[in-house]
Write a protein that binds this ligand. Structure first.
Ligand code: ARG
Length: 459
């Protein structure tokens, strides 16, 4: 299609390195949609005759049905999805097909196709994350009162509820979705009509094509239009952050499913066996979610490094923008679906969680706070006294709330009977009523607010 000035064809390797059709065939729907918008505008502006515009439009519909039925033919000689589609069109309608490429270039064409594809990808990722948030909400509600050890340094720190812990992930995914929405808003301008790099002399209507394709308007600078891939990078950075959160949640499942923890039993659907050790029930899906986060990050790095040295405007390096975005999107979709399935089907072993929360002196802070509140002891001193009480309980092999009052009073005689009200894990959790705290009533409030937010999105 560009061979006019050449006497010889390209070498086989040239053809292969040049061809993007093996991967950009995935853009065929967007390519046809972009061409339909373009040709409708060309017809309306009188740049092509209305007969030709109609023939092209009908031809594109026919090509779309063929692609839908038989897939996109991969022909290295035709390079990419744009030329494969145009070639198929010319096989359908003959010479008129050659008028479609008036007032456009593959540079603005691919920029448009890829924006359309990425916009759908963002919507899909966001919908997937929303389903995961919904699953987290349901499990959090079920476990708003279930006590578990809260950790810092993976050491038992203070008791929290499982509902509160799950809601922490709800918040992370809410931020991820906000980042996706933000990227989508910036993406939603149409580069079509920038042509090769400088715009065109034909009297095109960029507002019309932009609005036909659901964009908010046309991009403002033709050079930037064909060389900008920020929208893809922004999707990847949002995908990376989401995958980091998915990976952290996956890591919790790996730890929780281990025998020493035993906080969760993964359902059969989300575990695998070992070929040699019959007792094994491995959290492979969670491990792969953790692993895939690394690959998604690699995709982001790949595109950023491709772009960082490119002068304006289009360079062929930019053809390599698509594989990492496609790969990251597919991996992210799998990770979201896997974590949603695991969250929905996990059996939480609340007996184990409570047992560990009770055994780790997790209410030590509550004793210190009691000394501050009830005996007027400065916190630093209360911390020290409590440390001695913990040492005493450890030496006697009992929990803090099992230490007899005489033992506690030997540590500090300002302690009295009322202290036992705060030493149980339930009392500890219930007392953490500060906004955003782990008290079950606060967790229920947070769940209700989150539900309302998600419901409002549907309106
Ligand atoms: N397949 C190309 C890509 O994805 C389309 C743009 C080709 N433009 C060009 N000037 N050779 O980037």
């Amino acid at each position: 299609m560009w061979g006019g000035r050449f006497a010889e064809g390209p070498s086989a390797v040239m053809r292969e390195i040049n061809a993007s059709i093996p991967f950009d065939k995935r853009l065929w729907r967007q390519d046809i949609a972009g061409s339909q918008a373009h040709v409708a505008m060309l017809g309306k502006q009188g740049i092509v005759s209305s007969e030709d515009a109609q023939a092209i439009s009908e031809g594109l519909d026919a090509v779309a049905s063929d692609f839908e039925a038989d897939g996109v033919p991969v022909d290295y000689a035709l390079e990419d999805i744009h030329m494969v589609t145009e070639n198929a069109l010319s096989e359908k309608i003959g010479e008129a097909a050659g008028r479609l490429h008036t007032a456009r270039s593959r540079n603005d064409q691919v920029a448009t196709d890829f924006r359309l594809w990425t916009r759908d990808a963002i919507d899909e990722a966001s919908a997937g994350l929303k389903a995961l948030q919904t699953a987290l909400l349901a499990r959090a509600e079920e476990h708003a009162d279930s006590v578990m050890p809260g950790f810092t340094h993976l050491q038992s720190a203070q008791p929290v509820t499982l509902g509160h812990h799950l809601m922490a992930y709800y918040e992370m995914f809410a931020r991820d979705r906000a980042r996706l929405a933000d990227a989508r808003a910036r993406l939603n301008l149409c580069p079509l009509g920038a042509a090769a790099l400088a715009g065109t002399g034909f009297p095109i209507d960029r507002e019309a094509t932009a609005s036909a394709l659901g964009f908010d308007g046309p991009t403002r600078n033709s050079l930037d239009s064909v060389s900008d891939r920020d929208f893809a990078i922004e999707y990847l950075t949002a995908a990376v952050q989401a995958s980091l959160h998915l990976s952290r949640l996956a890591e919790e499942f790996v730890i929780w499913a281990s025998q020493p923890f035993g906080f969760v039993s993964l359902s059969d659907q989300w575990s695998t066996g070992s070929s040699i050790m019959p007792q094994k029930r491995n959290p492979d899906a969670a491990e792969l979610v953790r692993g895939h986060a690394g690959r998604i990050m690699g995709c982001m790095t790949s595109l950023m490094v491709s772009m960082k040295g490119l002068p304006l405007a289009y360079s062929k390096d930019m053809q390599d923008d698509k594989p990492p975005v496609f790969e990251a999107h597919d991996l992210l979709g799998l990770c979201i679906a896997a974590m949603t399935g695991m969250v929905e089907s996990a059996s939480f072993r609340t007996d184990r969680m409570r047992g560990l929360a009770e055994s780790g002196f997790a209410t030590a802070t509550d004793l210190a706070d009691w000394l501050v509140r009830e005996a007027g002891v400065p916190f630093r001193q209360a911390h020290h006294i409590t440390g001695r009480a913990v040492a005493r309980a450890e030496a006697d092999g009992v929990r803090l709330d099992q230490l007899p009052l005489e033992a506690l009073r030997e540590v500090d005689d300002r302690i009295d009977q009322r202290v036992y009200d705060v030493l149980s894990v339930d009392a500890s959790v219930a007392s953490r009523m500060s906004f955003g705290g782990t008290a079950p009533s606060r967790v229920r409030e947070a769940i209700a607010a989150a539900r309302k937010t998600l419901e409002e999105e549907d309106r």
